[in-house]
Design a protein around this ligand. Sequence first.
Ligand code: ZN
Ligand code: FE
Length: 255
Amino acid sequence: MTVEVHMFACLNDNYGFLVHDPESGLTATIDTPEVAPINAALKAKGWTLTHIFNTHHHFDHAGGNEALKEQWSCQVVGAANDAARIPGIDVQVSDSERFQFGASTVAVLEVPGHTSGHIAFHFVDDGIAFVGDTLFALGCGRLFEGSPQQMWQSLGKLMALPDETIIYCAHEYTAANAAFALSVEPDNERLQQRAQEITSLRARNTPTVPTSIALEKATNPFLRPDSPDLQKTLGMSGDDLVAVFAETRRRKDSF
Ligand code: ZN
Ligand code: FE
């Protein structure tokens, strides 16, 4: 592992992340949910903010861009596709593009669906990915600006990452997501076990983030439209995967 990740709470249920490359001294914040906790984290670690990597334009992800850029003169990296909505953007990146962050190679994945310009940052050699509001522990982002087909394709890109990839998602939604997941896939034993773990973690106010691709593939209903158990609950046995995904997302919206 070449980079160090420091995670902390922001706003009601967001997570902030600092990624630090010890060799070069570079430090990026993944999104800018809230300025004060980001500055407090930088101070606690003794790190200097050099970059902002934005996953998408929502206020709880890019709302602190301008204040932090002003304070630290850091470089803002965001989606070329969504440059007009990323405050202070300096570097525009696109799908499959790779760039260096100190000793680490970062690959950009365009994952539209939650927003049209949503991207994820995959630190290839470190085996970690920051996925914003696209994939959550046991959940996925709401489809504000994309179709189910588009979101399913985006989730497919994340599912194609190595199973052991550590996934940092931007919100602590896991307990509510677990209740929904159990309601649609009640016979999934790995999910039942995980839901218990989540209950005990949250009782101690411990984060359930990060997760991993392998764990999500085994338990997250949004990655499991091929599950016979899920299909049975939805009354969609043997149906098309996108249709099952769309129905799962629709039910979660009103759960
Ligand atoms: Zn969002
Ligand atoms: Fe968000």
